[in-house]
Design a binder for this molecule. Sequence first.
Ligand SMILES: [Zn+2]
Ligand SMILES: [Zn+2]
Length: 61
Amino acid sequence: MTHHTDDTTDNTVLVTDPVCGMLIDPATAATTREHGGTTFYFCSIGCAKAFDADPHRYGHP
Ligand SMILES: [Zn+2]
Ligand SMILES: [Zn+2]
């Protein structure tokens, strides 16, 4: 008998919230924004609002 475990957690790719620098799972991000063809993920609405106020500050390294 074979016991096979689907360890899907290994496939999770974390992204960085550009405002606060927190690593977050895109699937559980509070909200997203698109800028310059790139999707940014945020841990909270507050971080997204900071991005909205000055997207070029955060959207371009
Ligand atoms: Zn954040
Ligand atoms: Zn820009």
